[in-house]
Structure formats: structure tokens, C-alpha cells
Design a protein around this ligand. Structure first.
Ligand code: TEU
Ligand code: CA
Length: 566
């Protein structure tokens, strides 16, 4: 496997609105991030993935961009951005921008022109269709509720929006649109940024036929089946690569919902002709229901392990994985894999980040920040869950109380409550009125109390990442091969990482109960390779307990998780 800096990096996602407010207006901003760079540098991360900071009317918190070459008013100015980039680089931290180019805001100048008349020069920048039998051209649903088609009275056509009606989809089949996107990418590359995270990049090539999709939520057709992985996806990514990416030294990661390993192997191919990595979601969907994510049930560990192992196996030597549980669209990992306790946050980190791939953590994960105690639907900000609630309840599909519980468990808003910096007022996030609820547990869970506490989640993450980025075990942890152990075990996630003569054994008790784990004497990888494991000649690299010791029959305490060189 070819070695690159971004395979060896740890990526930290910042959701700027909720990270740190520098001017007391209650909204996080760029100067707030700059002020926390020393904190991030101390934690030991290498790359910041900055969720969108461009000009936006904020229908979807910045994922609806009205000007790609300007900064959102609430977040500051372009000078503030340049300052952030410079200060980050001084500390050896790289910055990856969020490229949201499947769609724009309906307030973007391109769309304003496009909708102005049927013969406008930019009409074909977006996807316009005539009505069929007097109604929407297809049964497709928007990801955020309702139809994916919006009627435009003035010009008498529908436009496609896979997300909100304020996020019209761009028409990538138009070469002028691709040139516009490549151009804005160059604008940021010339500033010296270090890469792109590409929002729903899997949707840029729509299947050409525009036919109804199977209805799986009881109301609308499943749009993503029709608009994802269309016939030109790989062609467009290669074109982007040749015209932009290959000219710079960038980290690129494509957000690819519903991606198969076959497509992923092409998108993140080791030759680097498309993108560097994929961000896929199968492993965070195994606790969903038949019609989507709005269910509250425990993560079934065997299914989770089987899925993660499939991705490890399939991409090994061919493409590159992203390792994540949390991001700005996911509930908090410690409330989902863990039981909200600090030690469960540590155990989940060992289980996840010791696999092959690039680790991503989402702001606050390093503190063990938990889900928020949401109650009524009026507690939420995010259009996804608010719209889903009304749509499902109006259709009479679910009991509202039970649905609310599921939403409290899975809502994206769990990730979007402000960072808990200290036990002072508003968790030290702002001196003003915070734009969103602050989790009342900030008095116990906050950065200030954890930084100097050697037993904190923060200190554990810091030690863990040092192992991965700056230790004799680095190469093995980053590039080593992976083999799952005990696939059926319902509580223990155990595996081996190996390369040449070196072996690491990872054993994680992902439960609050005592468990026993039988360490195998040898592991048959293939007919010609069998790895011997001798507990008596093992070295502990890290553990969630101070006194973990490896033995053939391993007694694991609640959330005991460790890595041993064997
Ligand atoms: O999310 C893509 C996506 O497919 C979402 O539907 C995601 O699966 C959902 O949020 C999970 O319930 C990206 C961004 O990460 C998200 O924040 C944006 O809202 C979305 O694209 C539109 O830009
Ligand atoms: Ca602010």
C-alpha cells in the first residue's frame, strides 16, 4: 500500500457554528476556531475537516451555499479565514474544506439566473423537468421530507432537489457546471488548503431515465437509488482529478452514502485516479429500521463487526477506508456504542481506530460528549428530523411518542449542541446567548477539567493518537492487515493487525458487564499463513484500565479495551 500523509493523519471535524464563539453573538466562528488551535495541536490531530463556512442562508446550516468564494457573515471574513489557515499551518495542522457541489442554495446567483426564464443562459445548470400528467415528473422524495421536485410557477417547470427545496441539484452533465465547480476548487487550492471532503459526491451523476423509484417509506420513492452512482460518476471524478486534484497535494474524501465496495474500490483506488478515500455509512446503519434511521435500538455488535470487517477485507491493498462513528449527521458515539460513561468512550475509540484507515473524530468526541436530553419536537433545530416527524405522524405510520424517542436518539442535533469548553456559564462556548441548547452535563463533561486529568477521555484520546501518529507501532496501526476474531461474540470486538513479523491484538469489551475472551493460540489467515499468539510474550500498548494483563483466558472488566503487541 502506497504511503501518504493523509493515511497517517488523524482528522478532526469542526462544525463551526457550535465550536467556539469569539464575539459573543452566540454563534461559533472562524476566530473562535483559531483561538482553539493550540488545544487541537495538544490533542495531537493533524487535519481539520471544516464543515461549510461559505456564504449561506443556512437552511441546512451551511450545506446550502450561495457564494463559494465568500465567508458566511456569522463566521467572519475572508481575512479571518486566511488567518485561520496560516495559524493552523504554523502548527502543522492541515485544513480540508467541505465541497458541497451536488447542489447550491436557491439563493446562489446561478440558480437565481437559472429560474429567471426558460431560455436563460444558465437554465441548464440545474435539473428542470416538465410536469407529467399534471404532476411531479417522478415519485422521488427529498431526503428532508416531501417531494424532491419543486414547482416553479413563473417558468412552469419543476426543479430537482434531493435535499431541501432551498438546495437545488446542479446538473453535472452540463460541462459548464463542471468547469464552474473545478474553478471554485482551484480558488481554494490556490489559497493553500490541504484537501476537500466532498458532500454527497455519489449523487453528481444521475441515472438518465428519471423513472419512479421503489417506495420504502410508504410515501415517496427512494430518490437516492436513482440519483446515485449514475453512469458518469467515475468519469466526472477522473476529470476533476486531472483538472484540479492532481495538480496539488491534497487529501480527498468522498461522502458516499449507499456505496458498494465495488464502487468504493474505484472511487478510492490506490492509483489515485479519482479520490483518496470514501466515507461510507453501512456500519452506522445496522441499528436502523426497515424504513430508515428513526429507530431506537441497541447497536447489534456481530452485525457491526461483520460490516466493518467486510470493508477492511475488501479495500485492503486496493482502496482506503475512513474510520468514524460520529460526524455532524450522527448522534454521539458514547450514547450509541457506549453507555454515556467516559470509559465506554475510550473503549469505542480503541475498537474503531485500531482498524486500517484514516481516523476521523468529531468535535467533542474527545471529551466523551453525549446526546442531548431532547423532549418535544420543538426542542430541535434540524430540518431533517423536524420534517420527518411531521411527515411520519401525519401519515399515521408511527406512534408519536415512540417516534420522538427514536428522534431523540438519532437526531443530527445531538452532534450540534455547542462544544463544552469549561464549567463556566454556557460551557465557555459563548459570552452571549448560544444559538442552540447546551447540554446540561457541561459541568461534569468539559475540556477544562479534562486536559490535565491523566484519566480523562481527552488524555486517553491524546495517548491513543500519539500511538497512531508517532510511535514504533505507527506503521502497523496505519497500514497493517486486519483479521477479525470471534465474529459471533455479542460483546467483545477483537481483531489482529499484522504486517511481516509484527502483530497487534486488539480486544475490546463493548459492554458494561464482565466478559471472558479466549485468546486463540494461532490464527489461520490463509493456507500459507498462520499467526501464533503467545500471551506470555506480549506488550501492552494502551488500555482503558491501568492494570490490563493478557492471558489465554482473558477476564475483561466492563469496557476493558486494549492493544497488545504479541
Ligand atoms: O449528508 C448527506 C446525506 O446523505 C444525509 O442525508 C445524511 O445521510 C443524513 O444527514 C443522515 O441522516 C450531507 C451532509 O453531511 C449533511 O449535513 C447535509 O445536510 C446533506 O449532505 C446535504 O448537503
Ligand atoms: Ca460569533
Amino acid at each position: 500500500m502506497k504511503k501518504t500523509w493523509w493515511k497517517e493523519s488523524v482528522v478532526y471535524e469542526i462544525y463551526p457554528r457550535s465550536f467556539c464563539d469569539s464575539n459573543g453573538d452566540g454563534i461559533g466562528d472562524l476566530n473562535g476556531i483559531t483561538g482553539k488551535l493550540d488545544y487541537l495541536s495538544d490533542l495531537g490531530i493533524n487535519v481539520i475537516w471544516l464543515a461549510p463556512v461559505y456564504k449561506s442562508p443556512n437552511d441546512d446550516n451551511g450545506y446550502d451555499i450561495s457564494d463559494y468564494r465568500d465567508i458566511m457573515d456569522e463566521f467572519g471574513t475572508m481575512e479571518d479565514y486566511d488567518h485561520l489557515l496560516e495559524e493552523a499551518h504554523k502548527r502543522g495542522i492541515k485544513i480540508v474544506m467541505d465541497l458541497v457541489a451536488n447542489h447550491t442554495s436557491d439563493e446562489h446567483a446561478w440558480f437565481v439566473e437559472s429560474r429567471s426564464s426558460r431560455d436563460n443562459d444558465k437554465r441548464d445548470y440545474y435539473i428542470w423537468r416538465d410536469p407529467v400528467d399534471g404532476k411531479e415528473p417522478t415519485n422521488w422524495g427529498s431526503c428532508f421530507g416531501g417531494s424532491a421536485w419543486e414547482w416553479d410557477e413563473k417558468t412552469g417547470q419543476y426543479y430537482l432537489h434531493c435535499f431541501s427545496r432551498k438546495q437545488p441539484d446542479l446538473n453535472w452533465d452540463n460541462p459548464r457546471v463542471r468547469e464552474e465547480v473545478f474553478d471554485l476548487m482551484r480558488f481554494w487550492c490556490e489559497k493553500g488548503i490541504d484537501g476537500f471532503r466532498m458532500d454527497v459526491i455519489s449523487m453528481i451523476s444521475k441515472k438518465p431515465d428519471f423513472v419512479d423509484a421503489p417506495v420504502d417509506d410508504g410515501i415517496y420513492g427512494n430518490t437516492s437509488l436513482e440519483v446515485s452512482y449514475g453512469p458518469h460518476l467515475h468519469e466526472y471524478l477522473k476529470e476533476m482529478n486531472q483538472k484540479v486534484l492532481a495538480r496539488y497535494d491534497l487529501m480527498t474524501v468522498g461522502e458516499c452514502g449507499g456505496v458498494t465496495t465495488e464502487h468504493a474500490k474505484k472511487i478510492a483506488n490506490a492509483e489515485g485516479t479519482e479520490l483518496g478515500m470514501v466515507f461510507q455509512f453501512e456500519h452506522v446503519s445496522v441499528d436502523g429500521g426497515p424504513d430508515g434511521k428513526w429507530y431506537k435500538k441497541p447497536m447489534p455488535l456481530p452485525a457491526l463487526k461483520e460490516n466493518l470487517s467486510k470493508w477492511q477485507r475488501e479495500l485492503d491493498g486496493r482502496a482506503w477506508n475512513s474510520l468514524f462513528f460520529g460526524n455532524h449527521d450522527q448522534p454521539r458515539i458514547v450514547s450509541r456504542i457506549g453507555d454515556n460513561s467516559p470509559i465506554s468512550a475510550k473503549a469505542a475509540a480503541v475498537a474503531l481506530y485500531s482498524m486500517q484507515g484514516t481516523p476521523y473524530l468529531y468535535q467533542g468526541e474527545e471529551l466523551g460528549m453525549t446526546n442531548y436530553p431532547f423532549k418535544g419536537i420543538e426542542d430541535y433545530d434540524d430540518l431533517e428530523c423536524i420534517n420527518a416527524y411531521h411527515q411520519i405522524v401525519e401519515a399515521g405510520f408511527r406512534d408519536p411518542e415512540e417516534l420522538l424517542e427514536a428522534i431523540a436518539y438519532k437526531s443530527r442535533d445531538n452532534a450540534r449542541t455547542p462544544m463544552q469548553w469549561s464549567d463556566e456559564e454556557n460551557a465557555g462556548f459563548t459570552t452571549g446567548t448560544p444559538w442552540f441548547h447546551i447540554n446540561p452535563n457541561y459541568r461534569e463533561i468539559n475540556a477544562k477539567s479534562q486536559i490535565y486529568d491523566p484519566d480523562s477521555v481527552y488524555s486517553f484520546y491524546k495517548r491513543y493518537f500519539a500511538l497512531r501518529t508517532d510511535s514504533p507501532w505507527k506503521n502497523l496501526l496505519v497500514y497493517g492487515k486486519y483479521q477479525l476474531l470471534a465474529p459471533e461474540d455479542e460483546a467483545v470486538f477483537a481483531y489482529i493487525r499484522y504486517a511481516d513479523e509484527q502483530k497487534l491484538l486488539v480486544v475490546c469489551n463493548l459492554s458494561a458487564a464482565d466478559r471472558t475472551f479466549e485468546v486463540p493460540e494461532s490464527v489461520q489467515i490463509d493456507p500459507s499463513l498462520s499467526l501464533l499468539i503467545n500471551p506470555d510474550e506480549s506488550q501492552l500498548l494502551i488500555s482503558t484500565y491501568k492494570d490490563s494483563r493478557l492471558s489465554r483466558t482473558l477476564l475483561l472488566r466492563p469496557w476493558e479495551a486494549g492493544i497488545w503487541a504479541v
